[in-house]
Design a protein around this ligand. Structure first.
Ligand code: 5GP
Ligand code: ZN
Length: 113
């Protein structure tokens, strides 16, 4: 499958690793929007939250969600952080492998929700 984030998980494209376990990989965003900007993804290819609707992928998603506070702790985000997942065209998703942005390291601007 021609997927950028699958290539990063496989090591075919280099990345700055922050965290890794059996199911999850986290790495620094190449174009950071905050002092800390890390992407947390499942190692298994799942396109988006719609693709997570079947039980098998729901388990993968749970692993990713449980890893997020661990990644935040590794990044010393003791004063809080924001988690964002963009879905589909209207959500502005550019990479079709589900990912959660962790943003922090400063008081974040523009709260949409
Ligand atoms: P999206 O816009 O789909 O929610 O987020 C995709 C993110 O992937 C963007 O923030 C973008 O900067 C990041 N990104 C795109 N290509 C690469 C890459 O090759 N390496 C890394 N580390 N991040 C990337
Ligand atoms: Zn993928």
């Amino acid at each position: 499958m021609d997927c950028l984030f699958c290539k990063i998980v496989n090591g075919d494209i280099p990345s700055a690793k922050v965290y890794e376990d059996e199911y999850v990989y986290a790495f620094k965003d190449i174009n950071p929007n905050a002092p800390v900007h890390v992407l947390v993804i499942p190692k298994k290819h799942v396109a988006d939250s719609i693709d997570c609707a079947n039980c098998e992928n729901a388990e993968v998603l749970t692993k990713v969600l449980l890893a997020i506070p661990k990644v935040a702790a590794l990044c010393n985000l003791t004063n809080g952080y924001r988690v964002i997942t963009n879905v589909g065209e209207d959500g502005g998703q550019t990479v079709k492998h589900i990912h959660f942005h962790i943003l922090g390291g400063e008081k974040l601007p523009v709260k949409l929700a």
